[in-house]
Every structure is written in C-alpha cells, then in structure tokens.
Ligand binder design. Structure first.
Ligand code: NA7
Length: 546
C-alpha cells in the first residue's frame, strides 16, 4: 500500500458507490447520470465554491466561449435547450455559469456536492476493489467508481519571474480571476500572454486602462469572432429538427456545429481560395477559419500557408504602425488551437496600447514598480498573467493517484500520458477520466456528454454482469497511443509548440495528447469497444467471499 494510503483503522469514512471530481460540464452531467439514472450513491467534490469548472474561475474581462452557443450546451435534455434563453452567438462567462447553475438546480445536484474541497489522494485498494480518497480537509471517502471531470484547461500556468513578490501593484491570472469587479480605469496595466485568454482580455482592458502594455512572446493568428446577438433563425432551424442538428454536430470532425469544408485548398484557384477565406473571415470564428474554409488547413503545408498568408495580409491592412504590425505577425504554421476575437489587431491602433516583443526583449524580472525587460522598466499598477494552463494532464497529476500495486499515476505518465480512448488507464480500475489525455480534439460539451454516456454504460455493464472492475488492458492502451500518434502526425499540430502538445510548460513531456481523427471516428471507436463487449478491457469478476 502506498505511503499516503488511508489508514484503515479509522472509522470516520464516507462510503459511496461513486465519487465525481469536478463540477463543470462533465462532472455535473456525470453526477446527474450516476445518481438520477443509475441510482447510485454519489458524492462530488470541487475545489471551487460553486459549480461551473472553467466558467467558475475564468472571470477575466471579455471571457466568453468562442464556440457557437447552440453547440456549447447539453444536448440530452431537449426541454432545457428549449427553455434556456441564450442571448449571444458566443456566450459570456457569466451566462455559461448561470446555465450550469441552472442545470445543477434543475437536477437537484447541489446536495451531493462538497464545494471548496480538493481531492488530494486517490488510491485503489485491491483487497476491497474500492478507491480510497482523501481531501485537503482530511475527509476520507471510499467508492467503487470514480469519474473525474477535472478540466482539460484548469491547472494554471504561472511562470515565475525573479522579483515577483516585490511588485507593489495588483497581480491577477486570467483563470483565477477575483469575484469582485477589478477596475482598470486610468491604470497602467501589463498583460503577459496573447493566447485565447490574452486576446480576449487585452481588447477589454484596453478600453478602460490608462495605458496597456502587452508583453507578447509569440504572435498568433487571430481572426474576427463576429460576435453579436444570437440569430433567432438559427434556433428555429434547430427546433425544427433537434435530433438532426445534434447528429450533425457529432457526425463531424470538430463537433462545433458548423458545416466543415470538404474541399481541399489546393483544389481551387487562388482567387477562389481568397474569396473563401474572405467570406469566413467576415462570418467570424477561429475554428470556422481553420475547418470551414478548407479541409486541409491543419494537414497540408500549402493549404496552411495560404491561410497564414491571408491573415498576415489582414494584419498589415488593419494595424496602422508598420513596426507594430510586424511584431503582431506570426510566421509559424497555423497549427495551434485557433483563436478568434473581435477588434484584437485594431486595439493596437489605440494610443494607450503598446506592444513589447519579449522574444527580442526578454522579461528579466518583476520589480516593485513593474516589469523590467532587457531594455527598460515598465511601470505598472496591475499585472495580468494570461499565461495559460498546464493543460490536459495538469489537473489529473495534481491528485496523487495510486492504482494496482500502489502504481503512481505520476510515475506511469512520467514520460507521456497513456490512456485507452482518452477515458481510462490500465491498472486504475473503475476510474473514468472525462477528457483525459488522448481524448478527441473537439468542442468539449458534446464530447463530454459522449464520454460520460460511455462511462455510465461501462459502469452499468459492470453492475449488470455482477463484475467488480473494468480497466483497459496494457495492450489496448499501447494500441490507442499508436493510433493517436499516427493520426496526429498526419496533421501539422505536432510541428508547433503549444499547450496541445505540452510544450508550453517547461520540463513537461512534449508529446501527442489528443486523438486527432475527429468526433465521428472517435464515436465509432467508443461504439466498437461496447460492441466487442469490452474485449480490450480487463473485467474483474466478483470473488466469492465465504
Ligand atoms: P495559452 O493559449 O497557452 O496562451 C498563453 C500565453 O502566455 C501565450 O501567449 C504564451 O506565449 C504566453 N506565455 C506563457 N508563459 C510565458 C512566459 N513565461 N513569458 C511570456 N509569455 C508567456 O493560454 P490561454 O489561457 O490563452 O488559452 C488556453 C486555452 O484555454 C485556449 O486555447 C482555450 O481553449 C481556453 P507562447 O505562445 O507560449 O510563446
């Protein structure tokens, strides 16, 4: 038994059928299914003081989903879809958080959630075939099943700069934003980072700040969102064929609910290509620009170059100062998570905004007054870290998991994470990782639903067949890893450093962490596992106790 295992002599332990970790989209749905459909006893834990996951924490100015709202919600409950009033094309953080709170209330989930509590340890007891968990408050819980919806992008990345503690002003991270309003009125603000969070907050902060200094390490391709009120005609169309709509969302590569292109960029003339890029640029959306323009932007170098060429020309047109335009211009492949935001490049035309290229002028330290680069000191009242996340594995590895034989998940994944179907990992029975490593690279809420449904079916299979445990075989997860590698290396994504492959965190293994063959194909893989009666899984029979 591992060193931190729960002391079996102590009696003050909560025993439940299932523990759910996290209460974002995935965790709330898992809790609902486990309790209300399988009628299991369930306890959910969340380190936040409320439900919402990502949307509880990411309250920075301008925070919103950049997925069309009609595909950024649950599909299984038609009445919920019909009665909830979304207002905007891309929902704001507050609106999504209200929706998830409403969902928790609608299904009476709060009574089963312990908030403000972090699961620190989860160890599998092979004697009892139960998980033994411990929280940061010292509570002990045992469960047959564990469903982890801990968040793909949740464990924050806060780089440490020399002198950080000496800074006299306010410091925020976009993903740990305070609940009270933060005023930027007239202040000198520095934002570090220009990913999705950075671009969204830069545009908003620039409106209020006395002066905004953006510290950019790598410029990114940012296309307009073309945000606005939700078009009622879209809702009418969905209402007319609800099932057809959701089938079309899932029967796709990305599950974003828009029509993906089936045309290769190289199959059309340069003029046609330009017209398509222009049309989608004007219609808005980052994923749309990557997947609705042509079907090979993410896979073929020439197609990718055509897209990047187009955006580079747009930057030149929009940004009036040529030196600033040049600093904002990316030259790497367009193979990160695509970004969209209205008014991003335009913001740099404002006289109260300046851009520092920290690759040319590295950030040396934080001082009591601000930030010092190799060139000069920038005096600031507020510093915003928009520096992202230890994505995909970060939150899983924060929990000290020990599987069979005390095997540590941290040790198992030390060189790279390995799972079967992005959902389970060998030697960690009855644990389901929703959006775990090597899950699908898609819009998340529909994928969460698909994965939770699969986990619930697997649990039901265990219960109905009087089994004790289910976990993938080692052979199956090695095959899945090879499948994911093969799919990823057909794309351009592994060629660019980003959180998608772990390259944003110093010392983290840089590796394939997604199944890149799309939602349709992923669902076929899930279905196959069921059709084959889980033959790639080790099914533990109930031992007869006398
Ligand atoms: P991202 O996309 O990982 O962006 C983080 C940004 O912070 C990016 O521009 C980084 O530059 C920059 N960064 C990170 N560390 C540093 C240091 N040490 N110095 C300077 N700049 C730094 O995170 P987001 O929160 O914007 O978005 C993550 C996902 O959340 C997003 O894709 C959505 O799916 C939701 P780099 O590019 O690494 O040079």
């Amino acid at each position: 038994m591992p060193a931190h295992a729960i002391d079996s002599d102590t009696t003050d332990v909560l025993d439940v059928d299932a523990v759910v970790i996290g209460t974002g989209f995935a965790g709330l749905y898992a809790l609902h299914k486990l309790r209300n459909e399988l009628h299991l006893s369930v306890r959910a834990f969340d380190d936040a003081d409320g439900v919402g996951g990502t949307w509880f924490w990411n309250r920075y100015p301008g925070a919103r989903s950049d997925t069309e709202v009609t595909a950024y919600c649950y599909s299984f409950d038609r009445e919920l879809f019909d009665t909830w009033k979304w207002t905007e094309r891309y929902p704001r953080q507050a609106e999504i958080l209200s929706y998830l709170n409403h969902f928790a209330d609608r299904y009476g989930l709060r009574e089963n959630i312990t908030f403000g509590t972090t699961i620190e340890y989860a160890g599998f007891n092979e004697g009892t075939n139960r998980w033994e968990l411990r929280t940061d408050k010292g509570q002990r819980v045992t469960a047959r099943f564990v469903v982890e919806g801990v968040g793909l992008l949740s464990s924050t990345n806060v780089p440490s700069f020399a002198g950080q503690e000496t800074f006299q002003g306010e410091v925020f991270h976009t993903a740990r934003w305070p609940h009270d309003e933060v005023s930027f009125e007239g202040k000198r603000v520095g934002v570090i980072g220009t990913g999705s969070s950075g671009v969204q907050c830069i545009v908003e902060i620039a409106r209020a700040a006395g002066h905004l200094t953006v510290f950019q390490r790598t410029p990114q391709y940012t296309v307009p969102a073309q945000h606005g009120p939700l078009d009622p005609a879209i809702l009418d169309k969905i209402h007319a064929d609800y099932d057809g709509y959701w089938n079309s969302v899932l029967d796709s590569v990305t599950a974003f609910g828009f029509e993906e292109s089936d045309v290769a960029a190289q199959s059309v003339s340069a003029e046609e290509r330009e017209a398509v890029f222009e049309k989608v640029w004007n219609a808005g959306g980052g994923f749309q620009f990557m997947f609705a323009t042509f079907n090979d932007i993410g896979t073929e170098l020439e197609a990718n170059n055509a897209a990047t060429d187009f955006v580079r020309r747009k930057i030149k047109e929009i940004v009036r100062d040529p030196a600033t335009a040049e600093k904002l211009t990316p030259y790497e492949l367009y193979a990160k998570r695509p970004i969209c935001c209205d008014g991003y490049y335009e913001t740099f035309n404002n006289s109260n905004v300046s851009l520092i290229d920290v690759k040319r002028h590295p950030l040396i330290e934080m001082t009591p007054k601000g930030i010092r680069t190799a060139e000069e000191e920038y005096e600031l009242d507020v510093i915003v870290f928009a520096t992202g996340f230890d994505a995909v594995t970060g939150n899983y590895l924060k929990i000290d998991h020990h599987g069979r034989g005390g095997l540590s998940l941290r040790e198992k994944w030390v060189h790279r994470p390995i799972t079967h179907l992005g959902l389970m990992t060998a030697d960690f029975p009855n644990t389901f990782m929703i959006y775990g490593p090597n899950g699908p690279f898609t819009n998340q809420p529909p994928a969460h639903e698909v994965q939770v449904n699969w986990a619930i079916d697997a649990i039901k299979y265990v219960l109905d067949n009087d089994l004790e445990t289910i976990e993938p075989t080692h052979a199956a997860e090695i095959r899945w890893l090879a499948t994911c590698d093969e799919a990823a290396y057909k794309t351009l994504f592994p060629k660019v450093n980003s959180w998608i492959n772990g390259a944003n965190i110093p010392g983290k293994p840089v590796t394939v962490m997604f199944y890149m063959s799309g939602m349709r194909s992923y669902m076929e893989e899930l279905q196959q596992a069921v059709d084959q009666k889980y033959e790639d899984f080790r099914l533990g029979a109930r031992s007869v106790r006398v």
